[in-house]
Design a binder for this molecule. Structure first.
Ligand SMILES: *[C@@H]1O[C@H](CO)[C@@H](O)[C@H](O)[C@H]1NC(C)=O
Length: 154
């Protein structure tokens, strides 16, 4: 059997290897899905954290979640949170059913939501938190997450 010391060494080696290989998992905060469970969030490309978002570039968002209910529709709401105040952020396609989810959504099923996030040239360069919600037909959250980002020119 492995000793605690050996286990700790193995764990730290694994963490070191993962970070060298660039597989550092994206740190996100689950801000609550009353009607679903958030399973994974990916923003790509995001080579370091907070994710540097270049003005004029487009990023891919990939979220997996499981639904706790049936819903005919799903609608994404995106905010930039600045000093605690959420400011609505426009995305080109807010319909989740046109973003990789086959609707109607069924309770107990797992879904992959994939969409684009363009960073417009006119956005100010700053650090902020992006909050992304996907809501059902009754405006309850299927998922909600926050990630810190840095809007930049490089
Ligand atoms: C989205 O993320 C899931 C879970 O990590 C992964 O299995 C899937 O391949 C990803 N899809 C795309 C198109 O990147």
């Amino acid at each position: 059997m492995m000793s605690l010391r050996e286990l700790a060494l193995l764990l730290s080696l694994t963490v070191a290897l993962l970070s060298v290989a660039g597989f550092e998992p994206l740190v996100y905060k689950d801000c609550g899905g009353q009607k679903g469970k958030l399973l994974s969030v990916d923003v790509s490309p995001c080579p370091k954290q907070p994710c540097p978002l270049m003005r004029g570039s487009t990023y891919t968002i990939n979220v997996t979640f499981s639904s706790g209910e049936d819903s005919t529709s799903s609608n994404a709401l995106v905010y930039g949170i600045l000093a605690g105040v959420p400011i609505p952020f426009h995305i080109p396609e807010s319909d989740g059913c046109k973003s990789g989810i086959s609707c109607p959504i069924k309770s107990g099923q797992m879904y992959t939501y994939i969409t684009k996030m363009p960073i417009k040239q006119e956005y100010p360069c700053m650090k902020l938190v992006v909050r992304w919600k996907l809501q059902d037909e009754e405006s309850n959250n299927l998922f909600c997450w926050d990630i810190p980002v840095h809007i930049t020119d490089g």
